[in-house]
Design a protein. Structure first.
Length: 196
């Protein structure tokens, strides 16, 4: 019984992945090119996400700063959810909704990119992060799902939306991870070529 259910989970994952190939190919490619140009212009990627989605943002930042599949120079990325003291300070003195926006306004420069991950409506922190990025003349790469939200409505033609055409939380998280891995591989390929 459990093994049959497990097989069904794997089949649902495969089905969700297959339905995403055509829809996501262009935005993922565009996002990787935009990130490469950002870093070649000596700018950085600021990564954040709400709730469990922060894991995907953290994973992207760590893969850029350290390495992905092979050794190469570190790339400029900042995980805005990494410093618990800063986050606690902002949330206790202001509000949770400002946990990313205050950091973006302080650290972000025109030409930087905010990579933000969320599902559904997104939190106030996500909405304010998008607003702060635009205020600082930064573009946004939003990794989200197909539910429309206030954060999605704030995106402009200068931003890139990688929208997973699915609403099942588990499937969306799985595809988010695939997108982040794809971004890392495409960035490395453009900057350093294929693995020797």
């Amino acid at each position: 019984m459990l093994t049959e259910h497990l097989a069904d989970i794997f089949h649902r994952h495969i089905d969700a992945s297959m339905r995403c190939i055509d829809v996501l190919s262009n935005p993922i490619s565009d996002a990787s090119e935009r990130m490469v140009q950002c870093m070649l212009s000596e700018r950085k990627i600021l990564c954040c996400g709400d709730g469990a989605n922060a894991l995907q943002a953290h994973y992207l930042a760590s893969n850029l700063l350290n390495r992905f599949q092979y050794e190469r120079p570190s790339l400029p990325a900042v995980n805005l959810a990494a410093d618990a003291v800063v986050m606690s300070s902002i949330t206790s003195d202001s509000a949770y909704g400002e946990v990313f926006s205050r950091q973006i306004l302080a650290l972000g420069q025109p030409g930087d990119i905010v990579f933000i991950v969320f599902q559904g409506d997104g939190s106030a922190a996500v909405v304010k992060a998008v607003q702060a990025a635009h205020e600082r003349d930064m573009s946004v790469v939003a990794l989200c799902n197909s539910e429309s939200s206030e954060a999605n409505s704030l995106l402009t033609t200068h931003d890139i939306e990688i929208c997973i055409p699915h609403n099942n939380r588990a499937r969306v998280m799985e595809i988010h991870m695939l997108v982040v891995n794809s971004l890392c591989e495409l960035i490395d390929m453009q900057l350093f070529g294929s693995e020797g």
